[in-house]
Structure formats: C-alpha cells, structure tokens
Design a protein around this ligand. Structure first.
Ligand code: KG4
Ligand code: ZN
Length: 352
C-alpha cells in the first residue's frame, strides 16, 4: 500500500508518503523548535498555531517530493495520540477532512506504535534485510521510555517503562540546568563530546530492583546537587567542568538504559534483534553502548536521524502494519488518543 502519513503530536508538523511500510518516498518535517529556545520547552499554544500555518505547505511538499497525487494514495494515517491536544487536533482534523474528500480509508495510529515501526523505514534503493522477530525494542523519547518484547508488529509484551521522567526528559531537564539549549539531547551530546564520561560519579537507578523498569528522577536530582556543590549556575557562560559534567550525566542515562536491555537479554535469550527507537536513539554514546551488550545479535536504529525523532513516515509505516496484522483496525477513534499503547499491542503477562 502507498500511505500518506501525518504527524503533529508535539512541536513538529510532518507529512510523508511511504510504500509498503518500508520505502520512504518523501518525509517532510517543519519544526518550530527554535521558537522554544528561550522558554526551554514547548509552549503548546504556540506549537499548535505554527502547525496550522505549516500543515498544508508540508502536505503539498510531501506529495510533490513523492511524485504523486491523491489518486496514488491508498490510505491516510494520522497520529491519534498521545500528544499535545491542540497539536493533535491540527493533524487529525486535516487527516479526517482529506480522507472524507478523497474517499480514502483513515487509520489512527498511536504515536509510540509509530516509533516502534521506525526501524523498518528505508530510502528507495537502500538495500537492507527485513527485521526478525522476536526482538527487544527500547523506545525512548521526550514523553516515554518503554521496553518491549515483540513477537510481531502488534503482538508482544511490555517488559518495563519509566516510573518517573522519560529518558529524553532527563536530557532536556539536565541541559536546562547546565545552561544548554533546548532540545537537551543534542546539546548535552555535543557538550559531552570533549568530556570524560567517568569524571563525576552518578547513582545507578533501580540497581537492586529486579524489574525492568526505568527511573531518571534520581539522576536529575544528583545533577542538581553536583551543580550546587560546584557552585555552577545555568546562566554562567564559562564553566570549565561543563564538558565533563555533560559527559558523565549522559553516560549515566545511557548506562541505565543499556543495563535494562542487558538484563532483558538474559531473561529472553530467544531474542534475535535489538531495536532502539525514539528521539534518544539518535544519541551516539547510547548507540555504541547498545552494540556492546548485544552478544552478536543485530542491533538496529532508525536508518536516518530524521526517523529517530518525530516524523510522519513512521506513522504511515504503523498504519501499514496495522492493516497487515489487524486489517487496519486500531482502537476506536474516540478513545485512541488517551489509550495506552496496550490497546495496540496484545500484551501478555510478564514472566519474570
Ligand atoms: O521522539 P521525539 O522526537 O519526541 C517525543 O516523542 O518525545 O523525542 C524527543 C526527545 C527529546 O527529549 C530530545 O532531547 C531527545 O529526544 N533527543 C536526544 C537526541 N536527539 C533528540 N536525546 C539524546 N541524544 C540525542 N542526540
Ligand atoms: Zn515521539
């Protein structure tokens, strides 16, 4: 199928055309991120207003770059939630209107399910093998941190999720304490490049806890105390230890994520691949640490950095796989924006 995807759950406006859930013919993303440098975080009203302006030009560009018109599109996919309400409305109203006008099926897709499908995306002509189930998928972004054992696109079980902040949120809040710009992931990562990841000790969250859950609040507090003890304030321009602190903080976040994956691998030895998706999967330090614990298994990240962070191609892929495995059925439209991901994946009972 050729699916037109639309994604507007946070500060991005994105449209994409994807063939068979894999081949990305176009993926256009307009971001209002720079508007939030001052505030250090997204202002929902500002994001939604910007999306109203961007939606139609982004749609036009996606169709044009894919070289297709409405006749070539088989279905329309849109992020139904979770996300900022005003932002979601811009995307969903656009998608509903297009589906009605063009007489195409409309598929609401859970945002996190879209991330789970992002490792299938390829550019035309790029050769690659098809991912193999069962797999472990770590989905880490600014809004969630989930670890899944998956036996199919829509089947599997949730092994663990964060008990407090998301991994991306830990990067964003840490960056703000360090006086680095939003979004925090790329800026902490850039600051960490010249730093020593072992310069400052950080706690190991949930170290003695047998669950596969995550927790990042303690790392954030440890950073706050470290900065207080070193008398470093965010507005300070010259901070000689900034690179070492950023590297140590980044290392602590990545070590926690990797530690959970490592434990999960020991409990589920039949796993054939490890997938890491979501905005945090763009992190270079995390990528190399994940490859170290894989014990020879294939480790996949989204093929382009563009597909790690929010994008419409993953939503189109999600719709394709919902069609394949559930005949296009996700949860009822009215409830899908608030439902947890469990509504989209058949969850089993945890065996540990
Ligand atoms: O998936 P995403 O675009 O949006 C959500 O669904 O939340 O993820 C955004 C998050 C932000 O918290 C951002 O700081 C983080 O992903 N991020 C990174 C990197 N690039 C983006 N975190 C660590 N390292 C990066 N290179
Ligand atoms: Zn996301």
């Amino acid at each position: 199928m050729r699916i037109l995807g639309i994604e507007t759950s946070c500060d991005e406006t994105s449209a994409a055309v994807v063939d068979d859930g894999r081949m990305v013919l176009s993926c256009i993303i307009a971001s209002s991120r720079t508007a939030f440098r001052e505030s250090g975080g997204v202002i929902p009203e500002t994001a939604a207003r910007r999306q109203v302006e961007c939606m139609l030009p982004v749609l036009d560009a996606a169709l044009q770059q894919a070289g297709c018109t409405r006749e070539h599109i088989d279905a329309i996919a849109v992020t139904a939630g979770p996300g900022l309400l005003g932002s979601l409305l811009v995307g969903t109203v656009t998608a509903r209107t297009l589906a009605a006008l063009w007489r195409k099926p409309l598929v609401p897709v859970h945002h996190t399910f879209g991330h789970l499908c992002s490792t299938w995306l390829r550019d035309p002509g790029a050769e690659d093998s098809t991912p193999l189930f069962p797999m472990l998928t770590l989905s880490a972004s600014g809004g969630h941190t989930d670890l899944w054992y998956r036996t199919g696109h829509t089947t599997g079980m949730l092994l663990g999720r964060t008990r407090d902040d998301a991994a991306g949120e830990a990067f964003d809040k840490g960056a703000s304490m360090l006086g680095l710009p939003y979004p925090g992931g790329p800026s902490v990562s850039a600051a960490a490049e010249r730093g020593n990841p072992l310069a400052f000790p950080f706690p190991r969250p949930l170290h003695d806890d047998p669950s596969l859950d995550f927790s990042f609040a303690g790392l954030k507090t440890a950073l706050r105390y470290l900065l207080r003890d070193l008398e470093i304030r965010p507005e300070q321009e010259t901070v000689p230890q900034r690179a070492d602190i950023a590297a140590s903080y980044q290392h602590a976040i990545c070590a926690h994520l990797t530690d959970r994956l490592h434990r999960a691998l020991q409990r589920y030895p039949d796993v054939r691949e490890i997938h890491v998706v979501g905005g945090v999967s763009a992190n270079t330090a995390l990528r190399s640490m994940m490859c170290h614990i894989a014990c020879g298994r294939t480790v996949r990240f989204p093929a382009r950095l563009l597909y790690c962070t929010d994008n419409a191609a993953m939503i189109a892929a999600g719709a394709e796989f919902l069609f394949q495995e559930r005949n296009g059925q996700s949860a009822p439209w009215e409830t899908s924006a608030t439902l947890s991901l469990d509504a989209f994946l058949t969850t089993g009972t945890q065996t540990h």
